[in-house]
Ligand binder design. Structure first.
Ligand code: ZN
Length: 291
């Protein structure tokens, strides 16, 4: 299950890791809302598959994840300060529950769905920016579950303030929240109208798109240089910008490669790919991580 601020996607995986059924529901905000959304999704999956139960439930969530206690903290976009969702959902469904960071889960799911082995770096371009990392087949979570939080590297050039307390975080220039803050004309879902507005001469929209492309290219370079992964995948809501986003990132990386034989040797402009549209990567990854 992938529980996000607006929607919850749940899938049933069979014994061979194939998606058997998919359920999508709007996420009800707050601790009780999130729990009842998750519980209803499990019931609907059971109905769809005709199964009386499941071996395990894996949940991917944004926020700070304590895998041991099954607790999520600071998931502000779904109105949660702290919730022991693992034990609580387990009690309600009678099925063991494990939880994971949603971007780490998406990396695991992308590797499975795209049949990528070895080391995989997954860049999530959504409301926030973060990466999920798999090293030689094993997810890297870190001591505090913070591994891959590259959205808060202050490598931006504009010095914009970030809610995390630093200035110039990558996330303040290249993310859905940056689009919302610096291109208010885009409304609630700026990603959907950004390209049309940029093409019709909206200067702010074009600037926001340029910053997004440059920030994403920087993130790919960062992941490439720190991990030299077998595969680099871009997912998240903004990947729906599609070919213009992919081409923009590729061209930016190619420009840097033209100036640096060192960087050119990594061939990053040819190595990254977009997660295919409609891939339930985070839900699949959470289920796989639950075993
Ligand atoms: Zn930050």
């Amino acid at each position: 299950m992938d529980i996000g601020g607006t929607k919850t996607e749940a899938i049933a995986l069979d014994e061979l890791g194939r998606v058997e059924a998919t359920v999508t529901r709007p996420t009800v905000s707050g601790a009780e809302g999130v729990l009842s959304t998750a519980e209803a999704a499990v019931a609907e999956l059971a109905e769809r598959t005709g199964r009386t139960g499941f071996a395990s439930i894996g949940v991917g969530l944004p926020g700070q994840i304590d895998r041991r206690s099954g607790e999520v903290r600071n998931a502000y976009n779904m109105g949660i300060d702290s919730l022991a969702i693992g034990p609580e959902l387990g009690r309600r469904t009678g099925i063991p529950v494990s939880i994971d960071n949603d971007v780490t889960a998406a990396a695991i799911g992308a590797a499975h769905l795209m049949e990528l082995g070895g080391t995989v770096a997954y860049l999530n371009l959504g409301t926030g920016v973060a990466s999920g990392i798999i090293v030689d087949g094993a997810p890297l979570r870190g001591k505090l579950g913070m591994a891959g939080e590259i959205g808060h590297l202050p490598i931006g050039r504009l010095g914009r303030p970030c809610p995390c307390g630093q200035t110039g975080c990558l996330e303040t220039e290249a993310s859905g929240s940056a689009l919302k803050a610096y291109w208010p004309a885009g409304g609630e879902h700026p990603g959907r109208t950004l390209l049309t507005a940029a093409a019709s001469g909206d200067r702010d929209a074009r600037r926001c798109f340029e910053l997004l492309v440059q920030g994403a290219a920087s993130a790919i370079r960062l992941l490439g240089l720190s991990l030299d992964p077998d595969s680099l995948v871009i997912g998240g809501g903004l990947r729906l910008l599609g070919a213009p986003l992919r081409d923009g990132i590729r061209d930016e990386l190619a420009r840097w490669e033209a100036e640096s034989p060192f960087l050119a040797a990594l061939e990053l402009s040819r190595r990254f790919q977009l997660l295919p549209e409609g891939s339930p990567a985070a839900a699949v990854g959470a289920a796989l991580a639950a075993g």
